[in-house]
Design a protein around this ligand. Structure first.
Ligand SMILES: [Fe+2]
Ligand SMILES: [Fe+2]
Length: 326
C-alpha cells in the first residue's frame, strides 16, 4: 500500500509549488503594510463580495460602513480558518516525513505561510479596530472551531480547505474589478494573499486526492457526510457572525430602522458571508471537477442538496447546482 501511494506522488507539481513559493515570498511589513494605515474613507471589501446591491436604500456612508464591517470580519474569518488549515497540513505532512522530501517541503512552506497569514490578519484587525466605532465583536474562537473541525475525516477537511484556498482566488479577482475603488492597503492584502494561496490550492488538490486514494468506498461515503456536516458547521459560524455584524452595523447607522429593514440587513450579511466563505469556492469549475472525480453520482447529489439552500437567492452567482458526476 505505502509503496503504491509513494509511486502516485507527482513530485514535479510539489517541486513547482516550492519553487513559486520561494520566488514570490512576501513580508507583512516590507511588502503588504509598508507603514500604511487604512483609509476609512474607502471601502475594504469590493461590492462583488459584500453584495451591497442587496440593500439599494443605503447611502454612500452606509455602503462604506457595510463594506468595512465585512472587511473586519474577513480578517477574523481568515485568521480562524488558517488555524485549522495549518494544523491539518502539519498533520498530513507526516505521510511525507520519510518519503518525498519535496512534498514535505511544500507542506512545511504552506504551514509557515498560513502562520504568517494569521499574524497578518490579526495585525489588520487591530488596525481596523483603531478606526472603527466601538462595539464590533467577532464571536467564534479559532481554537474551538479548529478543535471541532479536526475531529472530522481528513478527506472532508481537505475538501473544505480546497474550497477555502480556491475562493481566495475568486476574492482576489473581485478586488481588481475596475469599479472596486478599494482602500489601497486592502487591495494589496487580496493580492499578496492570493499569490501564496495559489500554491496552497494546488497542494490541497494533491493531498485531497492522495487521501482519497487511501479510502474504501464506505469510508468515502462517511467522509461525504462529514463534509456536509462541516459545511453546516461553517454556516452556523456565519449565521452567528452575520447576526452580530448586522447588530453592529444597525447600531452605528444614523437613523432608527424598522424591524423589516433590520431583517433585510441581517439577511444581506448572511448572504454575503455564505457567498464569501462557502459558495464562491464550491462553484468554481476547478472545485466542481475535482469533487466530481472523487465521488459517485448519488454522493454528489447529497452534497448539492446541502449546498443549494446556501446559494439560494444569489442569482448572480455562477451556475448552481453543481454538475452531476459522470
Ligand atoms: Fe492564507
Ligand atoms: Fe492557504
Amino acid at each position: 500500500m505505502s509503496h503504491v501511494a509513494q509511486h502516485l506522488i507527482d513530485s514535479g507539481r510539489y517541486a513547482k509549488c516550492v519553487e513559486v513559493s520561494k520566488r514570490i515570498r512576501w513580508d507583512i511589513d516590507r511588502d503588504v503594510i509598508r507603514g500604511r494605515s487604512f483609509d476609512f474613507g474607502k471601502k475594504f471589501l469590493p461590492d462583488a463580495l459584500s453584495k451591497v446591491a442587496q440593500l439599494p436604500f443605503l447611502m454612500a456612508d452606509e455602503k462604506r460602513l457595510f463594506s468595512q464591517v465585512q472587511g473586519r470580519t474577513y480578517a477574523n474569518i481568515f485568521a480562524l480558518v488558517e488555524r485549522f488549515i495549518g494544523a491539518k497540513v502539519l498533520e498530513i505532512s507526516r505521510g511525507h516525513w520519510l518519503g518525498d522530501q519535496t512534498a514535505l517541503e511544500a507542506l512545511v512552506r504552506l504551514t509557515d505561510e498560513e502562520l504568517k497569514h494569521q499574524e497578518m490578519f490579526r495585525r489588520l484587525e487591530t488596525m481596523m479596530a483603531s478606526g472603527m466605532p466601538l462595539g464590533y465583536r467577532f464571536l467564534p474562537q479559532p481554537n474551538d472551531v479548529a478543535t471541532a473541525v479536526l475531529t472530522s475525516s481528513t478527506w472532508a477537511v481537505m475538501a473544505l480547505t480546497c474550497d477555502i484556498e480556491l475562493f481566495t482566488q475568486v476574492h482576489y479577482r473581485s478586488s481588481i474589478e475596475p469599479e472596486a475603488q478599494l482602500d489601497p492597503l486592502w487591495k494589496d492584502v487580496f493580492l499578496f494573499h492570493w499569490r501564496e494561496e495559489s500554491q496552497h490550492a494546488i497542494l490541497d488538490e494533491l493531498e485531497w486526492q492522495r487521501e482519497d486514494a487511501k479510502l474504501t468506498a464506505s469510508e468515502r461515503d462517511v467522509a461525504v457526510d462529514d463534509l456536509i456536516a462541516l459545511v453546516g458547521a461553517v454556516d452556523g459560524v456565519l449565521q452567528a457572525q452575520a447576526n452580530a455584524d448586522a447588530g453592529y452595523f444597525v447600531a452605528h447607522w444614523g437613523e432608527t430602522l424598522s424591524a423589516a429593514r433590520i431583517q433585510q440587513v441581517r439577511d444581506a450579511f448572511l448572504k454575503a458571508y455564505r457567498w464569501q466563505y462557502i459558495v464562491s469556492g464550491v462553484s468554481e469549475p476547478r472545485f466542481q471537477s475535482l469533487l466530481a472525480a472523487l465521488v459517485t453520482a448519488s454522493q454528489m447529489r447529497r452534497i448539492q442538496k446541502a449546498l443549494v439552500p446556501l446559494a439560494y437567492a444569489m442569482p448572480k452567482s455562477p451556475t448552481f447546482p453543481l454538475p452531476m458526476a459522470a
